[in-house]
Design a protein around this ligand. Structure first.
Ligand SMILES: NC(=O)c1ccc[n+]([C@@H]2O[C@H](COP(=O)([O-])OP(=O)(O)OC[C@H]3O[C@@H](n4cnc5c(N)ncnc54)[C@H](OP(=O)(O)O)[C@@H]3O)[C@@H](O)[C@H]2O)c1
Length: 220
């Protein structure tokens, strides 16, 4: 029976994590951390607490993280929504700050959704930002750190993302023929994270989970 937090719980992957945690009895308290509160589709469950924070002043909200032994981080934005600086701020700095504060307040196992193709030395914004985020969190020395590197995330989004629609159109036959190669449904990412969190705790250091292994873990 552990206490966990979910950051980015209003997004596609985060919502899937929340919906799956609702059906799990091994988590006694689930702290949902975001920039706004929402109406949860799971209805009222006293185990879930929503906490609104200012990610630019996250040190003022340390108490929100306190007592959580495992963290699920599904935070992220896009360059088209936030611009270049905004993307770096959210996908690298906010994620790194969440990890740092989680560690300071007792988190033993941090799980973060990154991406296929991360590379801190890349000249491209997306892989470089994700690569820098991964490196900074790895350097924190968590007892257990799990970095998920999904391919294209399959989900039904309320908002329209032109880039994602284009990828979907071009890559649909590949995703259909080789489901574990380049894509994964957010429900499977969430299930893999939860299955991993339920394993008995061992200080294993950092594990990097590529797309195909996310599929495997989701069914394990
Ligand atoms: N899309 C893909 O195909 C793909 C592939 C590989 C990896 N990924 C990565 O996987 C992760 C999860 O993706 P997703 O599609 O589930 O994400 P998403 O649906 O876009 O949700 C992102 C979450 O981050 C929060 N967020 C965004 N901007 C914020 C800001 N300025 N301040 C505070 N919170 C903010 C959102 O909160 P609000 O609801 O308040 O906006 C939401 O909870 C991301 O890191 C993404 O880069 C995505």
């Amino acid at each position: 029976m552990s206490t966990v937090f979910v950051v980015g719980y209003t997004g596609a992957t985060g919502k899937a994590v929340v919906n799956k945690l609702f059906h799990e009895e091994s988590f006694k308290r689930i702290v949902l951390i975001g920039r706004r509160k929402v109406t949860l589709t799971i209805g009222d469950d006293p185990r879930f607490e929503q906490k609104e924070v200012d990610f630019d002043k996250l040190d003022d909200f340390k108490d929100v993280f306190r007592g959580c032994d495992t963290g699920f981080c599904c935070l992220g934005t896009t360059r088209s929504v936030a611009g270049k600086e905004g993307f770096i701020r959210v996908d690298r700095d906010y994620v790194v700050n969440c990890a740092r504060i989680a560690k300071e307040t007792g988190c033993r196992h941090f799980q973060v959704v990154s991406s296929t193709g991360t590379n801190k030395n890349s000249c491209l914004l997306y892989p470089k930002t994700k690569g820098e985020m991964e490196e900074r969190i790895t350097d924190m020395g968590f007892q257990r750190l799990t970095i998920y590197r999904p391919g294209f995330l399959l989900t039904d989004r309320e908002e329209t993302r032109i880039g994602e629609k284009l990828v979907m159109c071009c890559m649909f036959p590949v995703f259909k023929l080789c489901p574990t190669a380049g894509s994964v449904h957010v429900d499977l990412v969430a299930q893999a994270m939860i299955n991993n969190a339920k394993r008995p705790f061992k200080p294993e250091g950092t594990s990097i989970i590529p797309n195909a292994l996310i599929h495997e873990w989701a069914h394990s």
